[in-house]
Design a protein around this ligand. Structure first.
Ligand code: ATP
Ligand code: MG
Length: 279
């Protein structure tokens, strides 16, 4: 993504899924034969799939299937015992969260990781940390360049606040907001990193239908307007089928399906896994 001011391809955005499909590019992220275990627990077994630039790629599967673990491998929180990660063709034997962030990967968390006592504005500002060049001391002393830098960062943050329509709560401590809005702030914090790839771990969990519709709209808008590639974990099948370009299905740490929503929906192994699950 080259900046939040960009409103490229707005017309393509109006075409919905068909418009997006035309914009999907080359493979940006390629996961090859990933295996991850915790002691005796095999969280992921020999998982391979790729993500193309500008697509919305969903990861679905029953509880404990390994979905969050997969995101943690992608952004370097966990190092798999086997497999390779290629980001734009470059191989990373070991990814770590800082390097992932520097390479343009941002994420939201299944359990919110916001500072509850801090305002909406300041929480989203934390997403800018990595991009702040001026040191903390310079910031504190309000030296010229640092001050200018802070103004530029604030502008990006204010644009995100407008984009997510949360102006009314800019100064409100996040802990006082309803859950659905907190999730939106968490998305804002990730967007503040201006990521090329955005990893979303159940962004709609615990939301009512209206909140889910809103969140779906914001995810589609991020994808359309900024061209951000999105990897999305979601339990709500309606949402997944509506907004994703391709879906990978995990079950007990194994990949049991991969394809368009229609292909996945008619895959017997996927149907079996879901009939046996509680949702
Ligand atoms: N840090 C960890 N230490 C030990 N085991 C872990 C750890 N993280 C995940 N696991 C185990 O790995 C397996 C996959 O867990 P993971 O959280 O990736 O599943 P999930 O698909 O995200 O599930 P959910 O839908 O409930 O969020 C589970 O058996 C889980 O208990
Ligand atoms: Mg999970």
């Amino acid at each position: 993504m080259t900046g939040l001011a960009m409103e490229q391809d707005r017309d393509a955005a109006q075409d919905g899924a068909a418009g997006r499909a035309g914009r999907i590019g080359e493979v940006i992220l390629d996961l090859q034969n990933i295996s991850l275990s915790f002691g005796g627990v095999k969280a992921l077994t020999d998982i391979s799939f790729d993500v193309r630039e500008h697509e919305i790629r969903a990861i679905i599967g029953p509880n404990g299937a390994g979905k969050s673990s997969m995101l943690n491998v992608i952004n370097g929180v966990y190092t798999p015992q086997q497999g390779r990660i290629l980001l734009q063709g470059r191989q990373f034997a070991r990814m770590n969260p800082r390097r992932a962030a520097e390479m343009g990967i941002a994420r939201t968390f299944q359990n919110l990781a916001l500072f509850k006592g801090m305002s909406v504005l300041d929480n989203i500002m934390t997403g800018r940390n990595l991009r702040m060049k001026a040191g903390v001391l310079a910031q504190a002393l309000r030296l010229g360049p640092a001050e200018r830098e802070e103004i530029a960062h604030r502008e990006v943050v204010e644009n995100i606040i407008d984009f997510l329509e949360i102006q009314a709560w800019r100064k409100t401590p996040v802990g006082r907001l309803p859950y659905g809005l907190q999730k939106r702030v968490d998305l804002g914090r990730a967007l503040a990193m201006e990521p090329r790839i955005l990893l979303l771990d159940e962004p709609m969990a615990g939301m009512n239908i209206e909140e889910k519709q809103d969140m779906s709209r914001y995810i589609l808008d991020v994808n359309d307007e900024y061209g951000t590639t999105i990897v999305l974990i979601e339990h709500d099948m309606g949402v997944v089928m509506d907004i994703s370009d391709r879906v990978v299905v995990l079950d007990y740490g194994r990949k049991i399906g991969d394809g368009t929503p229609d292909e996945v929906r008619s895959n017997p192994e996927v149907i079996r896994a879901y009939l046996g699950a509680s949702h």
